[in-house]
Unconditional design. Structure first.
Length: 442
């Protein structure tokens, strides 16, 4: 029963998929420790993601109950929820595990980082929301470590959520090193099963559909990123996963104006932790690049740029506006160097390929915007192919540029916007980076 409690506490789970014998689940229900909810309520709301729009909660002929059921399209990727689906929620309050905890991070914070860290701790103690507005490479993760350590010692359950799997995978080893005696679960699509009661949950925002009033403290990293920024159900999931009095700490290098206006407690850092300025993008025209690639020719400006990085043995990322274009250009890149690979959201090997680039086994990666955030690789150089495309908005271009120069040992690097014509979004990104560098001067 303790194992079931550890698994179910704070979760809302489809009964048939609970990884314990059903007789033990029923025993927990009979004892009043857990309750059963209908997947879709009588008034048409999904109990898991709180969707209630008739455009997304759809009637259908259900084979399970042989009646007309409704199912939720919003969270269907997490397993279909229907009117007749039984969801189990643990109701017994969890035991507070307060006490001293090992803190494995031994680095030093800059004065700006220290000030932001203390401000976040103060907001947590006062149970108030907070926004950490800090440029790419400001050391945002390190800023969070001390407030999280303080919260752990008070027995708080903590979640750090981010929209993309790559960000969560980047955070996981760093958190496990910083908090070595804490049970940390890392949750994303197809993540391995993890046992025990997770005191820190690192999760993609979609995984929060499966939690209900679970967390005393919740951090939303990359709060401006797709899909979180464009999906109201994910914002609802964050609120649902938090306990009623839990503060939410939002973290972003490019926070939307609405978030800046809404959150009163804020910390701003427009300077990287190593003190060097952010690399400023340069523009290079590359006319009709799509047509050249479709005809089987690698545009000459891009080829020369890649050859320069290969000669200097500098790893690089090539950002393309579509998966189709990545697939078309990949054979052309292989002709330049067989160690250039491609990666995108549908690639099951993207985790391994990023690791190979980091370890020097690959020279470069052609990628979609899936790698615009959460990637830190020393000496990295970046080129955006088709930076005038609508997929590359101001925030995306700032985040992409932020991949470069993150290491204190090599704080410089090149960011090139190859384009068919300069757009307002390109200019806005470049001007904002220049503004950060101006404001970040000591």
């Amino acid at each position: 029963m303790q194992a079931i409690e550890a698994f179910l506490t704070g979760r809302i789970w489809i009964r048939q998929f609970i990884p314990f014998p059903q007789e033990l689940v029923q025993q927990a229900i009979n004892q009043g420790n857990a309750i059963v909810l209908n997947g879709i309520s009588a008034d048409g709301q999904c109990a898991r993601c709180l969707e209630k729009s008739p455009d997304y909660v759809i009637p259908y002929a259900c084979a399970s109950c042989e009646a007309v059921c409704r199912y939720c399209r919003t969270c269907i990727k997490m397993g279909r929820i229907s009117s007749c689906t039984e969801l189990v929620v643990w109701r017994t309050p969890s035991t507070v595990n307060a006490g001293l905890r090992t803190f494995g991070w031994t680095g030093d914070l800059t004065p700006l980082q220290e000030s932001a860290s203390k401000a976040i701790s103060k907001s947590i103690r006062e149970r108030k929301d907070h926004l950490l507005y800090a440029v790419c490479g400001a050391g945002k993760t390190e800023i969070l470590f001390s407030p999280i350590h303080e919260a752990l010692q008070k027995g708080l359950r903590i979640c750090v959520a981010a929209p993309r799997t790559d960000v969560i995978l980047e955070l996981s080893p760093r958190f496990k090193q910083a908090f070595p005696d804490t049970t940390i679960h890392t949750l994303y699509g197809d993540s391995p099963e993890q046992s025990g009661y997770g005191e820190i949950i690192l999760a993609t925002t979609h995984q929060l559909y499966r939690f209900h009033e679970a967390f005393d403290l919740l951090f939303v990293d990359e709060a401006d990123a797709f899909p979180y920024s464009l999906d109201p159900s994910l914002e609802r999931a964050v609120k649902k996963a938090s306990k009623p009095s839990a503060p939410i700490i939002y973290i972003s290098a490019t926070p939307p104006k609405t978030l800046q206006k809404r959150i009163t407690g804020q910390s701003t850092i427009f300077r990287r932790y190593h003190g060097a300025p952010l690399p400023v993008p340069v523009y290079r025209a590359m006319w009709n690049y799509e047509r050249q690639i479709r005809k089987g020719n690698l545009p000459l400006p891009l080829k020369r740029w890649i050859e320069d990085k290969l000669q200097k043995q500098q790893p690089f990322l090539l950002f393309f506006p579509s998966i189709q274009l990545i697939d078309q250009v990949c054979p052309l890149l292989h002709k330049v160097d067989s160690r250039i690979e491609s990666v995108h959201s549908k690639d099951p090997q993207r985790k391994e390929k990023v690791m190979q680039l980091r370890e020097g086994m690959l020279a470069g990666l052609a990628t979609s915007t899936i790698l615009e955030r959460g990637i830190t690789i020393p000496h990295l150089q970046v080129a955006v192919i088709g930076s005038d495309h609508r997929v590359f908005d101001r925030a995306a271009l700032i985040q992409i540029a932020g991949r470069v120069g993150r290491s204190a040992k090599d704080p410089t690097g090149e960011v090139v916007f190859f384009h068919n014509g300069i757009t307002r979004q390109m200019d806005a990104a470049r001007q904002e980076i220049l503004f950060y560098n101006k404001e970040g001067r000591v």
